[in-house]
Design a protein around this ligand. Structure first.
Ligand code: SF4
Length: 252
């Protein structure tokens, strides 16, 4: 964390919308622990809910979301700070039973940073074994190589505007394949230029689909759309569908 009180992103101090929890100065400056420890068959869960997938190539699909507790990053635009610490330790088989109760085909394991818990790998494998189409949303700061090959890995590349660009685990990009996805959350024109350069230098679009997503409330959708079209970028621009439908709130 390199942020100082005078350079805190607006979100750290802003009033939160209904249904969300505000990020606090304590969240901003508390040193986040790298991993969340649990026993072998346990996992710490922030929330489980059923909604429409709001992002990625799976956008719009009815999906069960399993949000894990903990994250070692502190992105300035984070909309899930309530998952940094809040949660309940549960048996993985109990989590699978709750997922099954929704009678859904798609399951998204998210956070926080799900890979901050080692048993996330077990959960993902059990979801695949049970026949679900599973995806993992990860910050891109931790190694994704041990994730079950049946899982679609949605890997962020943190931009400078996130405040966490130094955390990118670049080696991840070498092991992604066509059923994975790379996501840039873009906060400004400078972030866009940076992301466009990374895309071109590393030819990321030849490896897997690449998503460009405006940081909610920080970058105008139309600006990002215009830049992507102007530069003929081989990416998918996305907006967060769940926020368009329901606003910025928990459990959707
Ligand atoms: S990696 Fe995700 S959960 Fe963690 S601080 Fe960044 S946006 Fe929030």
């Amino acid at each position: 964390m390199s942020q100082t009180p005078s350079s805190l992103p607006a979100r750290w101090t802003a009033e939160s919308p209904a249904g969300t929890l505000p990020l606090t100065r304590m969240d901003a400056f508390q040193k986040p622990s790298e991993f969340v420890r649990t026993r072998e068959n346990e996992i710490r869960i922030n929330e489980i809910f059923y909604s429409l997938q709001g992002e990625s190539s799976r956008v719009g699909l009815p999906t069960v979301f399993v949000r894990l507790t903990g994250c070692p990053l502190r992105c300035g635009y984070c909309d899930t700070a309530y998952a940094f610490h809040e949660g309940k330790t549960r048996q993985i088989d109990d989590v699978l039973s709750e997922v099954a109760s929704y009678d859904a085909r798609h399951v998204c394991v998210t956070g926080g940073e799900p890979l901050a818990q080692k048993t996330c790998l077990t959960l993902l494998t059990k979801l695949c074994d049970a026949g679900y189409s599973a995806s993992l949303e990860t910050s891109g700061a931790l190694d994704v190589s041990a994730v079950d090959a049946r899982v679609s890995r949605i890997v962020d590349i943190k931009t400078p505007g996130s405040g966490e660009v130094a955390r990118n685990h670049w080696a991840n990009l070498d092991i992604l394949n066509a059923h994975d996805e790379i996501k840039f959350v873009i906060t400004s024109a400078a972030d866009y230029e940076w992301a466009r350069n990374k895309l071109k230098q590393r030819r990321l679009h030849e490896r897997c689909p690449v998503l460009f997503s405006p940081a909610f409330g920080e970058l105008d959708y139309a600006d990002l759309a215009a830049w992507v079209l102007r530069d003929r970028l081989p990416v998918r621009m996305q907006v967060q569908l769940h926020k368009v439908i329901w606003g910025e709130r928990r459990g959707v």
